[in-house]
Design a protein around this ligand. Structure first.
Ligand code: ACO
Length: 350
């Protein structure tokens, strides 16, 4: 029987430190009014000295394991979507696994802000093919470490955080029903961090204070995002064999409210069916969709069988969209090492 990959656990973590638009007014030539009207962002969470991509990922992952009723020993695979791993050798996924315990396979995946949907697609293939039963997928980034806080065109946008989900094999159509992935590498210079990697530009010299900063052509990224998000979202719905009316919730990458509005219009969805939290977190890159997912779930917006559209764009330039069916139907309790009363209750009700 065809295995599906249901989302059975979820968790999120953001740093405590809040950076408001008023704080930014004191740092660069900007205003709360400009930021709010152009982006929709009011404040964002930024890492303090002790926060890392790993610490946020582990906190989100522990919650996800707890909601799924699993332990790290139950996991077959950990995939971390990030463009800001704490180090390149080893992978972020191994750092996370080291903290959580267990011996799951572990690797990172890079697709910037589209990374979580790319990672969810990858993890889903492992379950669909029968190779694995339980996978932890994390989207985590600490991009503010690479933001130049004297550059008003970028420093207003970003925040830090992590979100995590557990995927488990299910006999029912749950989890990803469709996937649309794409990239346009020719446009990479519209959004990148030069010198963050094995290749260091000569201009950096040998100066130890050299620090790469995120560079962005906002107008180009904006134009790309409006088209890519809309097209990918529409395609994901038709690939799932659904109509726009069948969509219960849109959970988009949280970069700019105007871009989100445009995507919602393409799907003919009222804003009540769109989860927006960028006013509180800004753009948390790969973490934005799983954080929004957790919030939507905790707010009681997602019921068993709900059809959700995830859609994201980001550096690469890359884009990704997927229709995900919410719920734990068809997940076998017997397949687990640990008991989960939620799954038992769902099975009893069906
Ligand atoms: N405060 C005040 N004025 C500003 C600010 C600021 N923070 N930033 C720029 N401006 C000025 C500009 O200098 C410009 O002035 P000028 O006309 O005198 O030259 C004016 O505002 C308009 O600038 P634009 O860049 O045209 O402003 P726009 O309406 O496009 O908004 C923004 C800029 C918010 C960056 C928008 O282009 C955007 O959101 N782009 C997408 C960016 C994005 O989402 N990036 C993340 C991708 S995800 C990932 O992979 C990490």
């Amino acid at each position: 029987m065809m295995q599906h990959a249901a989302i059975t656990g979820w968790g999120m973590a953001v740093p405590e430190r809040v950076l408001t638009n008023a704080d930014l007014e004191r740092m660069v030539d900007t205003s709360d009014e400009w930021i709010l009207s152009r982006t929709g962002i009011r404040e964002r969470r930024v890492v303090g000295p002790r926060d890392t991509t790993t610490s946020l990922s582990v906190a989100a992952a522990r919650q996800a394991l707890e909601t799924a009723g699993l332990t790290a020993d139950d996991l077959d695979l950990i995939v971390v979507a990030t463009c800001t791993p704490d180090q390149f050798l080893v992978s972020e996924a191994c750092l996370v696994q080291g903290e959580l315990g267990g011996n799951a396979a572990a690797f990172d995946l890079g697709a910037a802000c589209a990374g979580f949907v790319y990672a969810l697609s990858t993890a889903t293939q492992f379950i669909r093919s029968g190779v694995y039963q339980r996978v932890l997928v994390i989207g985590a980034d600490t991009l503010t470490r690479f933001v130049d806080y004297s550059d008003r065109s970028t420093c207003i946008l970003f925040g830090d955080g992590a979100g995590a989900v557990i995927l488990e094999a299910s006999d029912e159509p749950r989890g990803m029903l469709s996937t649309v992935l794409g990239a346009d590498g020719a446009g990479y210079k519209h959004l990148y961090i030069p010198g963050w990697g094995a290749f260091v530009p000569e201009s950096a010299g040998i100066f130890p204070e050299y620090r790469p900063y995120l560079q962005m052509n906002g107008r180009e990224v904006f134009r790309f995002a409006v088209t890519a998000m809309g097209d990918a979202a529409v395609e994901s719905v038709s690939k799932a064999g659904l109509e726009f009316d069948d969509i219960d919730m849109l959970i988009p990458h949280q970069a700019n409210l105007r871009i989100i509005d445009a995507a919602a219009r393409r799907l003919n969805l009222p804003m009540e069916k769109v989860w927006v939290n960028l006013d509180r977190y800004g753009n948390t890159s790969a973490a934005s969709i799983p954080i929004a997912l957790v919030e939507a779930q905790l707010a009681g917006k997602l019921s068993e069988g709900a059809n959700i559209v995830f859609v994201a764009f980001g550096g690469g330039l890359a884009w990704a969209a997927s229709v995900v069916r919410w719920g734990v139907a068809g997940v076998s309790r017997l397949a687990r090492k640990t008991d989960d009363t939620r799954v038992v209750a769902a099975a009893a009700a069906s």
